[in-house]
Design a protein around this ligand. Structure first.
Ligand SMILES: [Zn+2]
Ligand SMILES: [Zn+2]
Length: 154
């Protein structure tokens, strides 16, 4: 379903002090409208790649900020202490998956979102692609690399 990216996927912060590579295709690609992503990016929403934690290699120094996310899980934001770019997140909901902020990709133009998540928190002034599926809260388990739940919820 997702557009394929060039593997390894590489990127980093604005100053180059914090770099990463991912040796597998992401589980999913999403626009996250949660409040934590809004604050982390300073934008209306965060375009994120959802990658396997085991396939992510981080190089360089970084700082972290933890908060209680809209999901009730602890959300960690990982950013460069020098230039301030938020590069990764982590959530205790799914420890086998890490969101990467897509603007930090070396080829950010290859990002291709397939859904909008946390739209209950979306700003009224942000335009959205109406053709993408919308999830009022958390994104579906499959996009986070989890097996689908036995009962589908919408
Ligand atoms: Zn930096
Ligand atoms: Zn978010």
């Amino acid at each position: 379903m997702n557009n394929q990216l060039n593997v390894p996927i590489t990127g980093g912060c604005f100053c180059g002090g914090l770099r990463y590579r991912v040796d597998q295709q992401p589980f999913g690609q999403a626009n996250c409208h949660c409040r934590a992503c809004q604050h982390a990016t300073g934008g209306a929403y965060a375009p994120v790649l959802l990658v396997p934690t085991a396939a992510l290699v981080i190089e360089g120094e970084y700082r972290e900020y933890q908060s209680s996310g809209d999901s009730g899980h602890t959300v960690t934001r990982v950013f460069c202490g020098h230039c301030g770019t938020t590069v990764f997140a982590a959530t205790t909901r799914v420890e086998t998956m890490r969101p990467i902020y897509a603007v930090t990709l070396d080829q950010p133009e290859l990002f291709s979102p397939t859904l909008d998540a946390w739209t209950d928190f979306a700003q009224p002034w942000v335009p959205m692609d109406e053709s993408l599926p919308k999830f009022r809260r958390d994104l579906p388990a499959e996009s986070a690399g989890l097996p689908p739940p036995p009962r589908r919820r919408r």
